[in-house]
Design a protein around this ligand. Structure first.
Ligand SMILES: NC(=O)c1ccc[n+]([C@@H]2O[C@H](COP(=O)([O-])OP(=O)(O)OC[C@H]3O[C@@H](n4cnc5c(N)ncnc54)[C@H](OP(=O)(O)O)[C@@H]3O)[C@@H](O)[C@H]2O)c1
Length: 301
């Protein structure tokens, strides 16, 4: 897999995935084409979108405008929970491919577990297994699964996901879950890797409690020491933690900054100091409580 910067991962099913990518949650359609182009120009080879982000079409346009061949870009999208169920997911996959303007996908993820109707989550995953067997997608996985959800899914399907994409940042480091992923050979992708959810998320706004890793004094000190930005310090920490971070930005200078982290390393005590910021408090929704009723978004054809 051509990824010009950083190490990659070999997934459970043998294919390679870049170890760093661009996220596009909350990237407006009008900003997304340029963000993707800018990311690819700066060496990103993984783009993470979702049906629910409403910008798959622009992600596809950005890829086509990037000048890099399709095969060298690893494209992820996700099925939203209102499309769970076997047939619904097959339909949602076709819709996503059509919007992206692609004829295959690299990674298809179920967006959240729905614990109150887990059979539907499993049925969606079975649809993803069919797409994998047909070669329409190169790898499949889940997002926001706890270890009990993983066990349950694997027991029912006999298939181990390639990726579990979960909230991980310096205030919520998810040690046990990352360990559970690792034991199963599942790559942990870190969403909100620089703590975006702790700044912009609903909970942070409602509580007035904004925990920003990027303004933590310890992180600022390391930024000065290494001549790097706070975001670069946190993203470097993610790499050393063993996650695949997918930071979001629509600003070209930040897109370039975020991937410029492969020319330095944090010392063991510095790495530990960032890990020790963990509060055990997530910024995003509790996966146990997610359902189509709590997030009733409809994805239109
Ligand atoms: N599977 C899931 O359930 C799930 C949930 C949430 C997110 N995700 C994925 O993970 C990706 C990343 O998560 P996220 O968007 O929540 O949070 P994030 O990447 O941690 O943070 C993004 C925020 O930080 C800002 N930012 C980016 N680079 C910066 C820098 N160098 N310095 C200062 N600020 C910077 C961005 O603003 P600007 O754009 O203005 O630069 C944006 O407000 C998403 O885009 C999405 O692809 C997945």
């Amino acid at each position: 897999m051509a990824t010009s910067k950083g190490p990659g991962y070999k997934l459970n099913n043998g294919i390679e995935m870049p170890g760093f990518g661009l996220g596009v949650f909350r990237s407006g359609p009008e900003e997304t084409v340029a963000a993707v182009q800018s990311a690819v120009a700066n060496g990103y080879r993984l783009i993470d979108t979702a049906a629910a982000y409403m910008n798959e079409q622009q992600v596809g346009e950005g890829i086509r405008a990037s000048g890099v061949i399709r095969e060298d870009i690893f494209v992820t999208t996700k099925v939203w929970i209102t499309d769970y169920g076997y047939d619904q997911t097959l339909h949602a996959f076709d819709r996503s491919l059509r919007k992206l303007g692609l004829d295959y996908l690299d990674l298809y993820l179920t967006h959240w577990p729905v614990p109150s109707a887990f059979d539907d989550t499993v049925a969606s995953y079975r649809a993803a297994m069919k797409l994998l067997a047909e070669g329409r997608v190169r790898a499949i996985g889940v997002c926001n699964f706890g270890s009990a959800h993983l066990r349950n899914l694997i027991e029912q399907t006999g298939h181990i996901p390639d990726v579990n994409q979960i909230e991980v940042h310096s205030f919520f480091i998810q040690s046990e879950l990352r360990e559970a992923d690792e034991k199963l050979g599942i790559v942990t992708q870190a969403w909100s890797p620089i703590g975006g959810i702790k700044r912009d998320g609903e909970k942070a706004k409602a509580s007035g409690k904004v925990h920003d890793p990027l303004s933590h004094p310890g992180v600022l000190q390391l930024a000065t020491k290494y001549g790097k930005s706070p975001a670069q310090i946190i993203l470097r920490w993610q790499i050393q933690l063993g996650t695949c971070p997918i930071p979001k930005s629509v600003r070209p200078e930040r897109i370039a900054e975020n991937i410029d982290i492969f020319d330095f390393a944090l010392a063991a005590d510095e790495f530990q100091a960032i890990s020790a910021l963990d509060t055990g408090e997530r910024g995003g929704p509790d996966p146990e409580r997610v359902s189509p009723q709590t997030f009733p978004l409809t994805i239109h054809d």
